[in-house]
Design a binder for this molecule. Structure first.
Ligand code: SAM
Length: 288
């Protein structure tokens, strides 16, 4: 098979199968030949490792994963790609394509069924319209996975990997750090895709932690606090949290002070342990 990063090959395959790109499904396929081998290697695809891929496209990353890993299961929503993938991945016996929406797949069950006894990693060039929901869903389910290595928009990469307590931090940074140790691996320019998107990208890897980074008594409450605090970034946590938690200002002030947080602080100034301490104080306050 000719290289799947070759634009002429891609156009020929598309024409043969009457395929056109769907913008709504975030279909920007990788045409830079150095990108997929690097994602596969830095993402941990290796003998004895199972890989879950999200979104095969015409299989350019899938093939690099299949060359290195024990087994690859790829979840692809677009049924129009199935006959193409039959052709482009025909040489591999260790690839399964599931024609499903990844947000609706029971991934814990998939891992039990498809990868018994194998360590598992996730690798993907993510559809950008659904980056955060996919990442949060993968993390919140506490799947038995080692890491998540994904291509995302550059701005999203910065936000996802930002350290809480810094200006670029958002609710997603705090949530990601609760479950994993994130890092930016390498930049990818917009010209590395067909069609070229309007922005550049970066590949990031989230190394999943064996246990959450901070101990909280009520996880749902912790996330309510994080989302509430970042709801209006310019306001003080006293204002955003009293609104988000439905508490009087004085009560919120007492909670923040007991948690060691200045009521005049902004969400972006708070560390992960401080968010945890606030959530634990709110819980104690509710139980008192
Ligand atoms: N891996 C290929 C590559 O790098 O060239 C394709 C990446 S493209 C950015 C995203 C892929 O995800 C597309 O093939 C798209 O059809 C698929 N996709 C979009 N939404 C999806 C969903 N909810 N579940 C599974 N796959 C999805």
């Amino acid at each position: 098979m000719e290289p799947l990063t070759n634009r002429t090959v891609i156009r020929q395959v598309m024409e043969k199968h009457g395929f056109t790109f769907s913008k709504a499904l975030g279909q920007n396929f990788i045409v830079n030949p150095s990108v997929c081998p690097r994602i596969a290697e830095e993402g941990g695809a290796a003998p004895g490792v199972g890989v879950i891929e999200i979104g095969a496209g015409i299989g350019v990353l899938t093939a690099e994963l299949a060359r290195r890993a024990e087994k690859v299961v790829c979840v692809e929503i677009d049924s129009r790609l199935l006959p193409i993938l039959d052709e482009t991945l025909g040489e591999f016996t260790n690839v399964t394509i599931l024609n499903e929406d990844v947000m609706k797949v029971d991934l814990a069950d998939l891992i039990r069924r498809e990868f018994p006894g194998l360590p598992v990693v996730v690798c993907a060039n993510l559809p950008y319209y659904i980056t955060s929901p996919i990442l949060m869903s993968l993390l919140e389910q506490r799947l038995p996975i080692r890491s998540i290595t994904v291509m995302v928009q550059r701005e999203a990469a910065r936000r996802i990997c930002a350290q809480p307590g810094t200006r670029e931090a958002g609710a997603i940074s705090a949530a990601v750090r609760y479950y994993s140790e994130p890092g930016i691996l390498f930049p990818v320019s917009r010209g590395s895709f067909l069609p070229a998107p309007e922005v550049d990208s970066s590949v990031i890897r989230l190394d999943v932690l064996p246990a959450p980074a901070v101990a909280v008594e009520d996880e749902a409450l912790f996330f309510t606090v994080v989302r509430g605090a970042f709801g209006q970034r310019r306001k003080t946590v006293l204002n955003t949290l009293s609104a988000a938690l439905g508490l009087a200002k004085e009560e919120t002030r007492r909670i923040l002070e007991a948690a060691g947080v200045s009521p005049g602080a902004r969400a972006e100034e708070l560390t992960l342990p401080q968010f945890g301490a606030i959530a634990n104080q709110v819980k104690q306050n509710r139980e008192a």
